[in-house]
Design a protein around this ligand. Structure first.
Ligand code: NAD
Length: 298
């Protein structure tokens, strides 16, 4: 495989974590991230364990709250209120999915916007769409980092985002727009999705359908960011694949993220970066140029 084509998310994430650690030391602060996990979804336990490990590596204290599946919604909201009021806690992450009896939107909205390190609170969502300097969702932020590291200035590029979820597709489109791309968002009701996608300089696939995009979706030379994480059974074994048919796309794209080892590690790295940002903002500490995003809406 041509390694020049491979966008190495593991290495990029390690770089972001090193920078977070260095910034924490430079500012002499001790950020703390509270992680709330409700129930016993095995994948969520793995995600939370990884987040806690990366937090430790970056010099962020993590506080874990593992709650039983049948915990009343009121108790979850009470915990969030307590963490909101605790000045020693800088970030609060509510691991999704939640058990059905807990209203996801209500619980996410209960997190103080200043501690909303996932960037899901409506105040942060609105701020992002207005181009304000707010906490932005980790996965799209990680994708932007990879794109800017690969292409430099994204201004004027045509970006196609496939998927319009609140956690990936929509914030991804908003961030690309902020970086002065022309943005097309495709979704399950789009007509001629493949033809539209084939016009893109940048393709971000966040669909949740294994290997849906092959070379026929791609313009030669485009850059592909594969957000999808899908488990498939093949040849008697189980493995993870993205939304992009990697081998087919590799022949056409100029650069592409693998799955695993692409966007996944960036999501966790940006969770740590957001926790640092939240801690600095709460301490009213101005950020350096490397820490602050560049915002423009003109
Ligand atoms: P979602 O199910 O909430 O949204 C999927 C989107 O895909 C929808 O907006 C839908 O309109 C669109 N879609 C469905 N079928 C389509 C089709 N045939 N053509 C075009 N669009 C179609 O999913 P999500 O939460 O946004 O996650 C998407 C994928 O990204 C999943 O595989 C998920 O596991 C993965 N993910 C990865 C990370 C990471 O850190 N790498 C983080 C979040 C999500």
């Amino acid at each position: 495989m041509n390694s020049l084509k491979l966008i190495d998310g593991k290495a990029a994430a390690a770089g972001v974590l090193r920078q977070v650690k260095a910034d924490i030391a430079r500012h002499g602060i001790h950020p703390a991230l509270a992680v709330i996990l409700v129930g016993d979804d095995p994948a969520s336990h793995v995600y939370v364990r990884n987040k806690v490990l990366r937090a430790e590596e970056a010099g962020i204290r993590s506080l874990e709250y593992r709650l039983p599946t049948d915990i009343p919604q009121a108790d979850v909201l009470a915990l969030i209120a307590r963490l909101n009021a605790d000045p020693s806690v800088n970030g609060i992450l509510l691991q999704l999915p939640l058990p059905a009896h807990i209203e996801e939107a209500l619980a996410l909205q209960a997190i103080a916007p200043s501690k909303d390190v996932d960037g899901f609170h409506s105040e942060n969502v609105g701020g992002l769409s207005q181009g304000r300097d707010v906490l932005t969702p980790c996965t799209p932020s990680g994708c932007m980092h990879l794109l800017q590291a690969t292409l430099g200035d994204l201004s004027g590029k045509h970006a196609v985002v496939i998927g319009r979820s609140n956690i990936v597709g929509k914030p991804m489109a908003a961030l690309l727009l902020q970086a002065h791309c022309s943005v097309t968002v495709l979704h399950s009701r789009s007509v001629n999705a493949r033809e539209l996608c084939r016009q893109a300089d940048i393709v971000v696939a966040a669909v949740g359908r294994p290997q849906m995009l092959d070379a026929s979706w791609l313009k030669p030379g485009c850059v592909v960011i594969d957000v999808g994480i899908n488990r498939i059974e093949a040849g008697g074994r189980s493995r993870l694949v993205g939304d992009v048919d990697f081998d087919s796309a590799l022949a056409v794209a100029s650069a592409i993220t693998p799955v695993p080892g692409g966007v996944g590690p960036m999501t966790i790295a940006f969770l740590m970066k957001n926790t640092l940002t939240a801690a600095l903002q709460q301490a009213n500490t101005p950020r350096s140029l490397s820490e602050a995003p560049c915002l423009s809406t003109c």
